[in-house]
Ligand binder design. Structure first.
Ligand SMILES: Nc1ncnc2c1ncn2[C@@H]1O[C@H](COP(=O)(O)OP(=O)(O)OP(=O)(O)O)[C@@H](O)[C@H]1O
Ligand SMILES: [Mg+2]
Length: 220
């Protein structure tokens, strides 16, 4: 599902990613761990097409058989909206919109009709135990509820791959464990591929495969 070869990334003089190679299969849940500053978020942003790879002849990134480096801005935005889902440490919900509206936004961007988007959003919110929270705004939801709304938003367009950066970093241990269980349930139900950066050992070890990043490279 994801093939990356010789990924390098520098910010000015700082060489952050030093030739990352990885191959992630469809339906696999892969965790990425490593010390602060090792380059985990940078790698996730690059795999998620949110940041650009340093130009070099031997680097390559393909997701679901699409070679990312050949897409123009508009094609890339469409690909990201339709094929990828993102869950961040801080949920990044829009405060002025309700849970339901937040979940629908990526579907509206994809030009899904209002009815179809709301139907799918409600199914997801129900699946996530939020049937009674459709019309609450984020500040009227608990941290765990907000995070689940963000998960529903990440899933609404049925993405092939979900990228999560410290998804449970902001949750108590019970909410974190529920969220982790949810990722596995989703994979089992919908066959999605997950790439999860985490400092949470339990989550990292539950994954099918744990990659360790040290100083801009993957060592295992
Ligand atoms: N936009 C940027 N401009 C300059 N330097 C950056 C930028 N983003 C990240 N860095 C630097 O790149 C290095 C790797 O950062 P990154 O965020 O990938 O680390 P991380 O492994 O995710 O760490 P953490 O566990 O603390 O989140 C750090 O030294 C960081 O300061
Ligand atoms: Mg990080």
């Amino acid at each position: 599902m994801i093939k990356a070869q010789q990924i390098h990334k520098s910010y000015g003089d700082l060489h952050v990613l030093k030739g990352v190679d990885l191959h992630i299969k469809k339906g696999e849940i892969v965790s990425i761990v490593g010390a602060s500053g090792a380059g985990k978020t940078t790698l996730l942003q690059i795999l998620g097409t949110l940041d650009l790879i340093d130009e070099s002849s031997d680097s390559m990134l393909s997701i679901n058989d699409t070679t990312i480096t050949t897409l123009n801005q508009k094609q890339l935005a469409k690909f990201r909206n339709e094929e990828l889902g993102f869950i961040f440490q801080f949920h990044q919900l829009l405060p002025e919109f309700t849970a339901l509206e937040n979940v629908c936004l990526p579907a509206f961007i994809k030009k899904t009709s209002k009815n179809a988007a709301e139907k799918r959003a409600k199914e997801l919110l129900d699946f996530l135990g939020l049937s009674h929270r459709y019309h609450h705004k984020p500040n009227a939801l608990s941290g765990g509820e907000q995070q689940r709304v963000a998960v529903a938003r990440a899933l609404i367009n049925n993405p092939k791959v979900i990228f999560a950066d410290e998804p449970s970093g902001n949750l108590d241990s019970e909410a974190a464990s529920n969220l982790h269980k949810l990722f596995f349930d989703l994979r089992d139900q919908f066959g999605q591929t997950f790439v999860i950066v985490t400092h949470n050992n339990e989550l990292a070890n539950m994954a099918d495969r744990k990659l360790v990043m040290v100083d801009g490279t993957i060592i295992s």
